[in-house]
Ligand binder design. Structure first.
Ligand code: SAH
Length: 505
């Protein structure tokens, strides 16, 4: 049996971009991932599909899997010869019981490695605009747990050292004891006016940062309703935030958007929104599935050399077509001499990923634009292959046919409506937890409407609808809903730019 090994990997504080490259590599090689409450579940996406994912964090106030059981689980999976990733929030060796887990493995001769992570305190400081050390103010830094085991309460001597001996202090797990912590620090010699920052959900779009002083912070936190997980940063450096804050100044910071396109196509959109500080929730209202009948597409592929042009109008269409080409034991060489037409830059880009360069990308990213350009070139007697989605507008086929072209348009994929997502979406919409729903195609909207029917009307006014382009907008309006925003050009970049502008107004 292959040798199993355990990797104690720091997941970082929350922002998925703060995972280390080595941590990511471990995940991509994992057979088992054992993860915590504070490790961002999005990171599980790096693990192979077949990898077993085991959650050992707490569920709504319930307790974690007891540490002893987690230890045993690590050992057991490694003994089976598996590559085990123990994914822990922040850094595994900072208040993460990583030391206990490593010692348990060591005792049983199970090999392990530790991959450090960006610890929450450091990340919170960076994202709140607080340099933890600054040569004008402080040259030292201490990390503290604010949640001591009862039998190990800090003596007053320790408090004195803390209060006067050290510069910046970061408390983890300190929210329930915040009042006690600030009182003790004041009592043992820190100025009551010392600035304090509490940073909740650091590095995530729901980050909240509250600044007060040792004297006020316990009351401030209650008033503002700030709860764990949060780190508490004590020291004069907190004063720099006013000048150095950046994260919560991003244009879409604090905004929450529902993305309804399939996750595989949503990644870039999500990433771009997050770069602007937004929180994104992806619940696809469409899924891409193969057509019910593959024969028409297969027939067209086996007679591919009969065609003059190949029209692809979406990234999904491109992927579906090339997948089918491979299934039919053909490759791109069979497209030699055929004019390649891509509608939209995204489609063109996807084609290029397959090593081909489209001959024509119409100026306007819609069927109408393409028909216009092709007719100008002349299409009479030409044979077009147009692998398409199951449901499409007839514009393209009819426009070409009526000008004397022959169009073969086999279904290459279909959009299906996923089931079982209603509850999640209803919750998001009804609690007014969303600023807007983003629609990137008519079917993303139509499916949402099918899922909710008239109920969607009741949700009017709670969240705005954003649309990527005029066809989608028309579909939404036709059904009696308003569209708050539509970019001039129908690309993700333009949509994101329009969203930024919308909220800056
Ligand atoms: N090993 C982790 C710490 C685990 S202890 C690390 O290195 O970050 C759990 C505590 O970490 C929480 O009570 C909170 O104080 C802090 N914490 C973890 N993630 C956080 C986040 N995103 N924002 C603020 N505090 C966080």
């Amino acid at each position: 049996m292959a040798n199993g090994k355990v990797y104690l990997v720091g997941a970082g504080p929350g922002d998925p971009g703060l995972l280390t490259i080595k941590g990511q590599l471990c995940l991509t090689q994992a057979d088992v991932v054992i993860y915590d409450y504070l490790a961002n579940p999005l990171l599980l996406g790096y693990a192979p599909e077949h990898a077993e994912k085991i959650y050992v964090g707490k569920v709504r106030g319930n307790h974690h899997l007891p540490q002893e059981q987690t230890n045993a689980l690590l050992a057991e999976k490694a003994a089976e010869g598996k590559q085990v990733v123990r994914l822990k929030g922040g850094d595994p060796y900072i208040f993460g019981r990583g030391g206990e887990e490593a010692a348990y493995l060591k005792e049983r001769n199970i090999p392990f490695e530790v991959v450090p992570g960006v610890t929450a305190g450091f990340a919170a400081a960076a994202y709140a605009g607080i340099p933890l050390t600054h040569r004008d103010i402080t040259t030292s830094l201490a990390l503290m747990t604010g949640h001591e085991r009862p039998e190990r309460k800090l003596s007053s001597l320790d408090w004195e050292k803390l209060a006067t001996g050290l510069g910046t202090l970061i408390f983890y797990m300190g929210m329930t004891n915040l009042r006690m912590i600030s009182e003790q620090l004041i009592e043992h010699g820190r100025s009551p006016k010392t600035p304090v920052a509490v940073v909740q959900w650091a590095t995530l779009p729901r980050q909240r940062t509250l600044v007060g002083t040792l004297e006020t912070i316990a009351d401030d936190v209650v008033r503002e309703g700030i709860e764990p997980p949060a780190v508490i940063i004590v020291g004069e450096v907190v004063g720099y935030r006013e000048n150095l804050r950046w994260y919560d100044n991003l244009p879409l910071f604090g905004k929450r958007f529902l993305i309804t396109r399939p996750r595989a196509q949503a990644t870039e959109f999500i990433y771009k929104l997050q770069q602007q500080g937004a929180e994104t929730i992806c619940i696809p209202t469409i899924e891409i599935a193969p057509p019910d009948d593959l024969q028409p597409l297969d027939d067209a592929i086996s007679n591919i050399s009969d065609f003059d042009s190949l029209i692809l109008t979406s990234a999904n269409g491109v992927e579906a077509f090339f997948a089918r080409l491979a299934e039919n034991k053909k490759d791109v060489r069979c497209l030699a001499g055929i004019q390649l037409i891509a509608v939209g830059p995204k489609t063109a880009e996807t084609i290029e990923k397959h090593g081909l360069r489209p001959d024509l990308v119409p100026e306007r990213y819609q069927a109408e634009g393409l028909v216009e350009e092709l007719l100008a070139e002349g299409v009479e007697g030409k044979r077009f292959l147009y692998p398409r989605a199951k449901v499409v507008r007839p514009v393209l086929s009819e426009g070409l046919k009526s000008a004397g072209a022959e169009v073969v348009a086999p279904v290459a994929y279909q959009n299906v409506r996923p089931t079982g997502k209603e509850e999640m979406i209803r919750h998001l919409l009804s609690e007014s937890e969303l600023d807007a729903v983003c629609f990137t195609s008519s079917s993303t909207f139509e499916n949402l409407l099918k899922m909710f029917g008239d109920e969607l009307k009741e949700l009017k006014g709670r969240a705005e609808f954003f649309s990527i382009g005029s066809i989608t907008t028309e579909t939404i309006r036709k059904n009696g809903f308003e569209v708050a925003l539509q970019p001039e050009k129908f690309t993700i970049d333009d949509l994101v730019a329009a969203m930024v502008e919308y909220y800056q107004k």
